[in-house]
Design a protein around this ligand. Structure first.
Ligand code: GLN
Length: 273
């Protein structure tokens, strides 16, 4: 017997919100449409499509990869398993970056390891006068970032490569931002939950979690103008170590900022003028 959308939602083993998002995806409709049409009977093709998505979710696949997008800084970004799923914590990195260039006309910004492009694109859209370059060592990730930039109307420059080995030329930046892989390769979270499905190279440096942060801090002075700012995201227990890395790399005014959970999540510093 045909089931109404209301029955499908009531009988799903998934949380209601997830089941609703999957139905919206299958039918290509809004939340409001779904609520006002919940007596409708999906046809057999729609029901089969829904069940296929539900099975993927029950097997642990992150909802963002199934839907193909995640919201960040008020906009929807396309995501695929080539890139990390945007985290709300990373909005602090955008906030810190925007603050650092607040008084500067036409600032030059470099985002190292851009992934889906959320940081670079959010900054470029909030500061249309900024010249923003985004790099990644993964061509598949750069393709996602380029797609997002195009879809959201952000004008960016892209470079393929690992950190500073990315054809950056002789340009000098006012700001370098990065959300690098910072999870210790021994951390058991890497084999649990959503993280199992994410690109491991974007999550962990394959070492203690500080090696890429180290390279980024050490190399920054060669690409920043004097008075320029470096701003990075890091793990919940890395703030003191990252501040020390910044200080030994020549930065002053080094400070860490707390995320909404009260965790020191972003560290920034300024090159002496
Ligand atoms: N914040 C992510 C997590 O803890 C890690 C992201 C990263 O390594 N840059 O799951």
């Amino acid at each position: 017997m045909a089931r109404s959308l209301r029955d499908w939602l009531a009988h799903s083993p998934l949380p209601h919100l997830e089941s609703r998002l999957l139905w919206q995806q299958v039918l290509g409709v809004s939340r409001t449409w779904l609520i006002t049409h919940d007596a409708d009977l999906p046809d057999a093709g729609q029901a089969a499509a829904y069940q296929a998505l539900e099975a993927r979710r029950l097997a642990g696949e992150p909802i963002a990869y199934i839907l193909g997008y995640r919201e960040f800084w008020g906009r929807n970004f396309h995501v695929s398993p080539a890139v990390l799923i945007p985290r709300p914590d990373t909005e602090l990195l955008v906030e810190c970056g925007l603050q650092a260039i607040a008084g500067l006309p036409s600032p030059q910004v470099l985002d190292l390891g851009t992934g889906s492009g959320i940081v670079a694109i959010s900054m470029a859209l909030d500061r249309p006068d900024a010249r923003v370059r985004a790099t990644d060592c993964s061509l598949a990730a750069l393709a996602v970032a380029e797609m997002n930039a195009r879809a959201l109307g952000a004008k960016l420059l892209f470079s393929h490569g690992n950190w500073y080995d990315s054809q950056l030329g002789s340009e000098q930046y006012d700001l370098i931002v990065s959300n690098p892989p910072y999870i210790d390769s021994q951390d058991t979270h890497l084999v649990q939950g959503d993280l199992r499905f994410e690109p491991q190279g974007a999550l962990t440096d394959g070492a203690d979690g500080l090696s890429d942060l180290h390279r980024i801090a050490q190399g920054a002075a060669a690409y920043l103008r004097s008075g320029g700012v470096l701003c990075v995201e890091h793990g919940w227990d890395q703030a003191a170590a990252v501040r020390a890395l910044f200080q030994s790399s020549g930065f002053s005014d080094v400070a860490s900022l707390r995320d909404l959970a009260g965790i020191e999540r972003v560290t920034w510093g300024r090159l002496p003028a």
